[in-house]
Design a protein around this ligand. Structure first.
Ligand code: 5GP
Ligand code: MN
Length: 321
């Protein structure tokens, strides 16, 4: 297998003489972000036992807590000068949130990502926007032969999440080969998928039901939206991370080309998730409003009343339909 990432990033060269490395990823860490960061950490700890590694992320969902290293994730920003800083699943420093401070004193910075490329910002950028996940790229970087089981669990989880359990078009034969190699390491893949992807709490299912019940179709049913306000999230005792998966459910309504899901993060500020069935490039839409992502899955934050936000989004979507 030709491995471009290993030509671009020679780990032994990069880490020769390094004493400490930091690994970080994007805001609202999802399965791929957490999986790629913890997977890389576990792999580096195994391959470079003298290297000290720290992972910096925003607080992660409890369901990822079983992964090795999850209990050691640092959530407070650090101004320490790390010899190498790895930014995973993230294509712009702004998406690192407060952990972007790691870049300032870093000896070397490395970005490994699969989002549609923003402005390159690291000393070494490896961006493959057709890769399924950052976790797939970490597998290619290290090679699955050299991965300890804990890394395989984390990376398998990351790949499974970003491919919608090997369903989305970002899933390539390479993705499947790599996932197969991880399965051969004896990981409990059915449990990983069930516990981290499909299983939801009672309240998560209830609020998903509410979002589905109240969704509204527009543009001849080609666009569907649903929105959850902060007071509803409080009522159902859920956070933003608990709403993962709702937008995908909306997208699979027959005839829907674009699904829009919003939830209120602050008064009149919404986190927007967009999913496309193929006709519309939702990365273009999200980018127009300062966000980004992938052609078929993207997001942004928007301000205004819920109706302004929906109207502004549908106007941009309609241009592509
Ligand atoms: P989600 O809708 O699941 O939050 O995100 C879908 C995709 O869009 C993910 O790849 C995520 O990283 C990206 N994304 C979500 N929100 C933002 C944002 O505000 N800015 C950028 N650049 N990407 C985002
Ligand atoms: Mn990802």
């Amino acid at each position: 297998m030709r491995v471009d990432i290993q030509e671009k990033i020679c780990l032994s060269e990069l880490l020769s003489g390094a004493q400490c490395a930091a690994i970080t990823g994007h805001l609202h860490p999802d399965g791929d972000c957490v999986g790629s960061c913890l997977g890389l950490q576990s792999a580096l700890n195994h391959l470079f036992p003298d290297l000290r590694t720290d992972v910096f992320l925003e607080p992660i969902p409890d369901t990822f807590g079983f992964l090795e290293g999850a209990d050691r994730i640092l959530t407070e920003p650090s101004e320490k000068a790390y010899d190498v800083v790895f930014c995973l699943d993230c294509n712009t420093p702004a998406r690192l949130g407060k952990h972007a401070v790691l870049l300032e004193k870093a000896g070397k910075t490395v970005c490994i990502d699969h989002h549609i490329a923003g402005e390159p910002f690291a000393d070494i950028d490896y961006i493959e926007s057709t890769a399924s996940s950052a976790s797939e790229l970490v597998c290619l970087l290290i090679g699955t032969d050299d991965l300890p089981k804990a890394a395989c669990e984390a990376l398998y989880m990351g790949i499974a999440h970003d491919t919608g359990v090997f369903q989305y078009s970002c899933t390539s034969s390479r993705t499947m080969r790599i996932a197969g190699e991880l399965m051969d390491k004896g990981i409990d893949y059915p449990r990983i998928i069930t516990k981290t992807y499909y299983e939801k709490t009672y309240y998560q299912k209830q609020i998903m039901g509410r979002a589905l019940l109240e969704c509204v179709r527009m543009l001849d049913g080609q666009v569907v939206f649903s929105a959850i306000r902060k007071k509803e999230m409080d009522f159902f005792r859920v956070t933003g991370a608990d709403l993962d998966g709702i937008v995908s459910e909306l997208r699979t309504i027959k005839g829907v080309e674009v699904a829009i899901f919003l939830y209120e993060i602050l008064p009149s500020v919404y986190k927007v998730s967009l999913r496309s069935s193929g006709k519309v490039n939702v990365n273009q839409v999200a980018s127009f409003f300062g966000g980004g992502g992938h052609i078929l899955a993207s997001g942004c934050e928007m301000q205004g009343s819920m109706y302004d936000v929906i109207n502004n989004l549908t106007e941009r979507i309609a241009m592509q339909l």
